[in-house]
Design a binder for this molecule. Sequence first.
Ligand code: ADP
Length: 666
Amino acid sequence: MQKISSPDQEKKRLAALRSYHILDTATEQDYEELTELAAVICQTPIALISLVDANRQWFKSSKGLDVSETDRAYSFCAHAIQVPDEIMQIEDANKDDRFKSNPLVTGDPHITFYAGVPLVDQEGHALGSLCVIDQQTRALTESQQNALRLLAKQVIKKIELRKQLTDSQYTSKRLRSVNNRLVTSEHELKSIINHLPLPAGVYTGIDMVIQFANPAMLSIMGKDESVIGMPYHLALPELSAMDFPKTMLQVMQTGISYQQRESHLTFMHKGELKEFFFNYDFTPLQNEAGQVWGLLNTATDVTATVKARIKAERAEDLFRLSVSSANMGTWHLDAKTNSLTASERTKELFGYLPHEDMPLDAAVTQIAPEYREHVTKAIQAAISAGESYDLEYPIIGHRDKKLRWVRATGKLYTKEDGSMTDFLGTLIDITERKMTEQRKNDFIGIVSHELRSPLTSLNGYIQMLDIKASNQGDELIAGIANKAKRQVDRMRTLITGFLDVARMNEGKIQLHRKRFDMKSLMKLAEEELMATANTHKLVFHAVEHILVDADQDKIEQVLINYINNAVKYSPGESTIRVSCIKENGEVKVCVKDEGMGLAHKDQQRVFERFYRVESEAMQTTKGFGIGLYLCRELVELHGGRAGVVSKLGKGSEFWFSLPVLSSSNL
Ligand code: ADP
């Protein structure tokens, strides 16, 4: 026989009873039926399922009794549970010392007979009893006792089942709510990510399964939605080769976020090998307990910005390099504030000390006086045409008063609305080159003068030789004399050219103007050239009568020079077209060839003295670069203009124009 006595055991029993959550619950049919059965089997008016609480006994079912609970002190069941594995039977309570003074015995409901089977759960806790009560003395038969035991087992089973049910109901309810919360938070997370203004994705597990990726992230990956749900290494094998999964796993394991800025990646993107720069972050995602359950990957494609910066940096480096290697001065004029920023080299060229401020007007006032007007006009013209200028002129140093020749370039930058922003320019010291040119000039002048008289004598002797040989019918000598004469003529042309340059420099070229018809000049040139130039197809277009007042020899010299150049710089058999038309009060002569043509930068400079294009094709053609210089100077002396329209490799059209004599001048 086992007795329950210790307070500790009683505490545990009460805890067990409470865990069934049955006290004070409503009447239930199942329990009602069991007490009904017990009463019928045992032939008693009262049958109870009594649960013994700390201070009371509470009846889950009470057949034949109107109360739902009584004081524990008067409880028969409280006694019954003291011996959990036995049925307690009291045939006459009036004769039992424990109960004879019990108000339930002495008063209502006048208990005389009592038989109770303890309700013991699987843990061995006696929660109460199933009992039958009568108001008269009696005893249960063996089979009634067995039946009561079986019924008690049913009761306890029901109580236990009920607990399991409520427990699992509670758990599933809890699960449902947790699940609901999860579904809601998953939904919210997805919606947040989809609305993020930057590419974002969430990966979970060791394999980094892509749970979500917003459209911007998919576009960066070069993938579509089919990658969602796939492990990262399968979805993006191209990127997986670059240690990404390892870094991500590290973030998952350590809980420390990771970020990279302007990371340079080259990978297959939509079937094309592409180069990218990304800013990206891996941020661990933690639950309430602080466990990392996934990571958030955000990334921004900064390729365009980084590439533009690299390009700008390279351009700037290149510019700095070329500026320093060419010992170039630079300057910048803020068109809004009119403030000039000059580099040290610019200041040096203008004769200022490095720490001195160079005033804006120095750029004009220090130009040598005889060039000032010409230079400022040319700059003005370039600005108003929105073009850059490239000029050579001498400046006089501020402190040292030294004359330096500079090559100056400049460009005005305007905004889209047409307002001026910045003026940028460069300066190179070309004094040395100019001095060399001057020396060359002087030398050519002197030598040409000195050569002229012996050449004139030589020409005379050859003529005499020619006449004598012709008279004597000596063809050999006559032929030699003829060849010698041609060489002398070539030399004379060269010397005349050099002398003209020297004279031009000194302003000593004299024009012998007379009225003549351009039609006849063109005819003369045609006859002369048709006889000599047989390597090319020369086409002279029809010319009307156009009167001019000019030095006919000099104008013919210009035309012949243009045509000779066309022959020199275009392939044999190609066509050269010569035209002469009246246009806007001017006569315009054009010589058009199908030759090598000129690059834009050379077109601006071919009329400069000694300028020759530097190219491979030019290596084989001889020349001094003075022909076109003389042409322009001569044309300008007549108040005309000269120029060229050309495309590299496509041919050139050299032209000059002269004022036409109006009928009132005739
Ligand atoms: P030269 O012919 O003696 O070099 P020019 O003053 O006549 O000197 O010409 C200057 C430069 O202009 C030439 O060296 C050549 O590079 C270029 N040039 C002149 N005429 C032509 C042309 N018709 N086609 C292409 N280039 C030309």
